[in-house]
Design a protein around this ligand. Structure first.
Ligand code: HEM
Length: 382
């Protein structure tokens, strides 16, 4: 129709990975979502899935900017986070018009400048918990991150046993993190209420005191910050123990590369509130719309030799919307500066610690977050 001024849109048919009879992609999503995503990515930059509802997945920087840049169309309500009681509350469950004011309240406590002063305390906790001999990196990192979060949020006012029982299901395989646990949550809420009320001003948790749903917000921050940071830390230690040559790069770049290859938030989801379209692809209202840091970070179009662990690639700026371990835009991770601080403090504490690998394969497996598929066993002299 060139020259006539009339545009005829031609519907684009989305490619889709192979399905199983009767269940669409749901079975494969349950047993091997990373393989399913990789098959989809090999078919095109945007592909369709038949999960419990129709889903569209993309991983190009343009797609990421499109999905993460429009909170009016792409809503949290009805997305995957609502499937887990650990994530379906607080700021994660809010959409406009409530989300923006809540982030305005919370953001100032979580900026890089605001959390920086927590560094010495975090280092102290790591140094007093350094393992000696052979240890399992995920178990060690999970315990130390639990202690750090309990300390920086609540000045240690939440009993360790409660914190452990609350967070333990996040260590388990699916469906453990999806199950409702009213008694456990009730007990945790009670302890959090008390800790928020008593928390000194220097504790991050004091920010929740003025909110009517402060307990839910505190619970969500703990849950969102726990296994994500712990698993990233385990991979960081595994790479610091690399026998083929310790990474020479600054710890911040080693952490960048860990977050590229193993982005704990491997999939992000929204629900389209209205009909919309992307590069000629119709997205009907109600569709589940997915972005995938895992696919974006392993895309050879964006990252040369994507499967190699090369921290020095971060000596140059990462491609815009091509590096999104903490998502981007207004819904970007609230705890990203804190997570980076924990990784840097812990990484530095191990830098000259005589760390070596015993066994393990760093390849990830997807649960609620990414986790090493096999135990990562490390050894520390000392
Ligand atoms: C390495 C560690 C971490 C990674 C990789 C990570 C990753 C992410 C990602 C990808 C999102 C966006 C999810 C979405 O699109 O729905 C997110 C959101 C969020 N994260 Fe993190 N996170 C980490 C640590 C933390 C920590 C320590 C906290 C503690 C405060 C935290 C709190 C949150 C919250 C509250 C949100 C929801 C923000 C909103 O919806 O406005 N995260 N995180």
């Amino acid at each position: 129709m060139e020259g006539s001024g009339v545009h005829v849109s031609v519907p684009v048919r989305l490619p889709s990975p192979h399905t199983q009879p009767g269940v669409g992609h749901l079975g494969r999503w349950g047993t091997g979502p990373l393989d399913l995503l990789e098959e989809g990515a090999s078919l095109g930059p945007v592909f369709g899935l038949r999960l419990w509802r129709k889903a569209i997945v993309g991983y190009s920087p343009e797609w990421n900017a499109f999905v993460l840049g429009n909170l009016q169309v792409f809503r949290s309500r009805g997305s995957m986070s609502g499937l887990s009681p650990y994530l379906g509350a607080g700021v994660i469950a809010l959409d406009e018009p409530g989300h923006r004011p809540r982030r305005r309240t919370l953001n100032p406590a979580f900026t890089h400048a605001a959390v920086r002063d927590l560094g010495p305390r975090i280092t102290e906790i790591v140094e007093s918990s350094l393992p000696s001999g052979t240890f399992n990196a995920v178990s060690w990192a999970s315990a130390v991150v639990r202690t750090i979060l309990g300390e920086v949020f609540f000045a240690g006012l939440v009993p360790g046993g409660i914190l452990r029982s609350f967070l333990r299901p996040l260590d388990g395989r699916m469906p453990a993190p999806l199950l409702r646990r009213p008694v456990l949550f009730g007990r945790t809420n009670h302890a959090l209420r008390r800790a928020i009320d008593l928390a000194p001003e220097r504790a991050l948790g004091s920010i929740f005191a003025g909110l009517d749903d402060g307990v839910a917000e505190a619970r969500v921050a703990l849950a969102a910050g726990y296994d994500t940071t712990a698993h990233s830390l385990a991979w960081l230690l595994f790479h610091l123990a690399d026998p083929a040559g310790r990474p020479e790069s600054a710890i911040a770049h080693v952490a960048d590369e860990v977050l590229r290859l193993y982005p704990a938030g491997w999939i992000g989801s929204r629900r389209a509130a209205y009909d919309t379209s992307f590069q000629g692809i119709d997205i009907p209202g109600g569709t589940l719309v997915l972005y995938s840091p895992y696919l974006t970070h392993r895309s050879p179009q964006l990252w040369p030799d994507p499967l190699r662990f090369l921290p020095q690639r971060f000596e140059q700026a990462a491609p815009a919307f091509g590096y999104i371990p903490f998502a981007a835009g207004e819904r970007t991770c609230l705890g990203r500066a804190l997570a980076r601080l924990i990784l840097a403090c812990a990484g530095n504490a191990f830098a000259n610690a005589g760390l070596s690998r015993v066994s393990g394969d760093p390849r990830p497996r997807a649960g609620l977050t990414l986790v090493p598929a096999e135990p990562l066993l490390l050894h520390r002299r000392g």
